[in-house]
Design a protein around this ligand. Structure first.
Ligand SMILES: NC(=O)c1ccc[n+]([C@@H]2O[C@H](COP(=O)([O-])OP(=O)(O)OC[C@H]3O[C@@H](n4cnc5c(N)ncnc54)[C@H](O)[C@@H]3O)[C@@H](O)[C@H]2O)c1
Ligand SMILES: O=C(O)C(=O)C[C@]1(C(=O)O)C=C[C@@H](O)C=C1
Length: 319
């Protein structure tokens, strides 16, 4: 099928932060970046590459980038910013492939959900004179692929930039790009990032995967009953548990220690709650749930729950 004319082209404008941006891997995050960069006129040209011909065809058909090319090298050649948007386990291979064509003064970044492992895999391939500034937007959905992206994904969400000793100007410029895409930017050390994400993202995903697996394995409750009667809490678990298997396999394999630490703590607290239920210790349960409610209240008050309907109220004080 001949490529359709893009609905909007990337334009030069006063807000342009990088002349040419190459996106490697055209899934949810890359396609959202393409839409968000166009919305803000942040890139002179957006060039995309995806591993499969089918994904490249879709990207061409929907006019996702100004150009979609057939190799990662072709995409990276001459780019001012190259963003690796592939699963964490594939970052090193892609970095090795593009390294010989990187332009002196260019910046390489990534959007991987884990930072220490990406640095270890990518940094050895970065040539002298090229800046490497890892980053991680804390925004996503359970959908994948080039059609799943949207321009507002990063609005009012955090993007964590990990300067990792990079040139200050290069890190600031990448931060400007993320701010231009709607995100709030914070900087963090890679190990601390991985610990924080183990608590707020990685272990919760594992728990959601497990809870849906438990429902799937029940003998006396059928799958159709689970679907028919699923309460909203369980439905939220199923949304999370529908997330991309490759991406999450790589997250757990590469953020192993931090996830295992949080999982161990989770298991300890779960046993204490289990005991309280067995012993009929209502006070313990009440006090525990009161503390957790305060966490939720903090998130809503900080405006971080974009999914919650805005009724102008937050979970109320406990009587
Ligand atoms: N989905 C989220 O919620 C989310 C949020 C923040 C960051 N991230 C991170 O962003 C990255 C991309 O995630 P996504 O959700 O956009 O995934 P996705 O599955 O939507 O897209 C990934 C893309 O990478 C391609 N790919 C896979 N292996 C490849 C390889 N070896 N070489 C070249 N291309 C390859 C896939 O074909 C696909 O086009 C991951 O590192 C993930 O950890 C994801
Ligand atoms: O909202 C979702 O679907 C997500 O899971 C997004 C989410 C998260 O918040 O945990 C998942 C992985 C990321 O690396 C960043 C964001």
């Amino acid at each position: 099928m001949p490529p359709r004319r893009p609905r909007h082209r990337t334009v030069q404008g006063p807000a342009v932060i990088y002349g040419r941006v190459a996106l490697i891997g055209l899934g949810l995050i890359a396609s959202s970046m393409a839409h968000a960069m166009r919305r803000g006129g942040l890139a002179g040209e957006i060039v995309g590459y995806a591993r499969t011909a089918a994904t490249r065809d879709v990207a061409r058909e929907i006019g996702l980038c100004d150009r979609v090319v057939d190799s990662a090298r072709e995409a990276a050649e001459g780019a001012d910013l190259v963003v690796l948007c592939v699963p964490v386990g594939a970052m090193g291979v892609v970095a090795a492939e593009i390294a010989p064509v990187l332009k002196p003064g260019a910046t390489v970044s990534d959007v991987g959900s884990v930072k220490r492992a990406v640095i270890e895999a990518v940094e050895p391939h970065i040539p002298a004179g090229v800046h490497f500034v890892p980053a991680h937007p804390l925004a996503g959905t359970e959908y994948s692929g080039p059609r799943s992206g949207f321009a507002t994904l990063f609005d009012n969400r955090w993007c964590i930039v990990v300067p990792n000793g990079a040139d200050r100007a290069a890190a600031d410029r990448l931060g400007d790009l993320w701010r231009g895409m709607g995100a709030n930017v914070d900087e963090m050390d890679a190990d601390h990032h991985d610990q924080v994400l183990a608590v707020v993202s990685h272990t919760p995903h594992l728990i959601a995967y497990t809870m849906v697996g438990v429902a799937d394995h029940l003998e006396n409750v059928t799958d159709s009953e689970v679907i028919k009667y699923s309460a909203s809490g369980f439905r939220d678990f199923t949304r999370i548990a529908a997330s991309d298997p490759t991406m999450w396999r790589d997250v757990f394999l590469t953020n192993r220690d931090a996830t295992l630490d949080i999982l161990g703590r989770f298991a300890e607290e779960l046993f204490v709650l289990q005991r309280a239920i067995r012993m009929g210790d209502g006070q313990h349960l009440f006090d525990y749930f009161t503390r957790t409610r305060a966490i939720r209240r903090g998130i809503v008050e900080a405006g971080q729950d974009t999914a919650a309907p805005d009724f102008g109220r937050v979970p109320g004080p406990v009587a």
